[in-house]
Write a protein that binds this ligand. Structure first.
Ligand SMILES: Cc1ncc(COP(=O)(O)O)c(C=O)c1O
Length: 423
């Protein structure tokens, strides 16, 4: 990536990462190298300690009861697949022949929707709870209404990768508890940005990436499994764990039960340093920085004439061709901004931002087609999404706003053709 580029695709994966992350990965690759814990020699033991420390740091960050209940995965998608398919498999093993339903929401990502769709072919009933078309908020009462005696799981997104909407997951979890149904929280856009306290939320399972808000490397992620809920999860993959090798059955002990095969130890070495960086700064301070940038962005968009149903628009300003998706209030969102232009397609906006201004943004449906249907942006091909991270600064936001305005104005030729009024 060129040094002059302004990377605003942190919702896909964060960049840059703290220096210590890269250093730990290089050190593991060049100086340790061994398969962790599988051998008795020092390097193997060191690998095992690196994995244990990373697990402990993640448990601290999540306020988890037991580090052993943090399962390493490849990414959020892998963790969501483990939780969804593990619950489905266990349901079928323990209640053969009885129908099952999984409830999710229109704000959920394809990493939830596609595993559910695949299980639909095996007889699972999937219920999608709609969200508010402006804010993207899901009403906990609507989730409660969707739960019935056949419900095996509720899977909800904590923060949207389209509108940035922060969902009331603790309230939704209360509805689930009242009905005796486990809840899986997709914290892909939340961890590292918001406080995710598994005990305050009351989550049974939390799927998270290592490579987004936690600032770890790609190829890392995890699933928190509440100790009391571990029995609801069957394994979806079995294999060697370096322990209980005399047994042909997968061990019952955590986390080995769900961690068959060699770890991504180089990645976990980097992730351990990343989580320590987040713990040292404090999620509260990171959120405060993000909030100040969100406010600046929202104020700039509004002042530039960008439209939102919660804002009065006079149709003037360089941003008047744009519409912002998601809540109007900074406190109700994470640093993800989905923008739709009246004339330019999302890829045209993203291409204009990169070629003219070095601003790197993502365009399209961003794997959340139902969220775009909710916001009315699906038919136009989604949105151009800009997403911030902890290394983004106020001048970066000013630069992005200027670039968005200029790209929007460059559409005036198109706009005249289509009769659209551009100030
Ligand atoms: C809400 C949400 N869930 C799941 C995912 C999948 O994350 P991963 O790339 O870690 O598999 C993403 C990725 O952008 C996301 O935004």
């Amino acid at each position: 990536m060129s040094e002059s580029a302004l990377y605003l695709d942190n919702a896909a994966t964060s960049f840059p990462k703290p220096r210590a992350v890269y250093d730990a990965m290089v050190r593991y690759g060049t100086e340790v190298g061994a398969s962790p814990g599988r051998g008795q020699y020092r390097a193997s033991r060191e690998g095992a300690s690196i994995i244990r420390r990373c697990r402990e740091r993640l448990a601290t960050l999540l306020n988890a009861e037991d580090p052993g209940h943090i399962v390493f995965t490849l990414n959020t998608t892998d963790a969501l697949n483990l939780a969804i398919k593990g619950v489905w498999r266990q349901w079928r093993l323990t209640r053969p022949g009885s129908p099952a339903r999984i409830v999710t929401t229109a704000m959920d990502h394809n990493s939830v929707l596609r595993p559910l769709d695949a299980l639909g072919a095996e007889g699972l009933e999937v219920v999608v709870v709609p969200a508010d078309p402006v804010s993207g908020l899901v009403n906990p009462a609507a989730v409660a209404r969707a739960i019935d005696g056949r419900t095996a799981l509720v899977a909800v997104n904590m923060a949207s990768n389209v509108g940035g909407t922060i969902q009331p997951v603790a309230e939704i979890a209360l509805c689930c508890q009242a009905a005796g149904v486990p809840i899986l929280v997709d914290a892909a856009q939340a961890l590292g940005h918001l406080t995710v306290d598994v005990r305050v939320i009351g989550a049974d399972f939390v799927a998270f990436p290592g490579h987004k808000g936690l600032l770890g490397p790609q190829g890392t992620g995890g699933l928190y499994v509440r100790p009391a809920s571990a029995s609801l999860l069957a394994t979806t993959r079995e294999g060697g764990t370096g322990s209980w090798s005399e047994s042909r059955s997968q061990p019952e002990s955590m986390p080995e039960r769900f961690e068959a095969g060699s770890h991504n130890t180089v990645g976990i070495a980097g992730l351990g340093e990343a989580v320590q960086w987040v713990l040292d700064r404090g999620v509260g301070a990171l959120r405060a920085h993000e909030l100040s940038l969100i406010r600046l962005m929202l104020e700039g968009l509004r002042a530039g004439g960008c439209r939102h149903p919660g804002w009065e628009a006079d149709g003037a300003g360089p941003l008047c061709g744009f519409r912002l998706l998601g809540p109007a209030e900074a406190e109700r969102r994470v640093g993800v901004f989905g923008l739709v232009h009246d004339v330019l397609s999302p890829p045209e906006v993203a291409a204009g931002l990169e070629s003219g201004f070095g601003v790197l943004a993502r365009a399209g449906l961003t794997c959340a087609p139902l969220a775009h249907e909710t916001f009315g942006s699906a038919a136009g091909g989604g949105a151009c999404r800009l997403s911030i991270g902890p290394f983004v600064t106020e001048p970066d936001i000013e630069r992005a706003l200027t670039a968005i305005g200029k790209v929007g104005l460059s559409a005036s030729g198109f706009a005249r053709k289509t009769g659209h009024a551009v100030a």
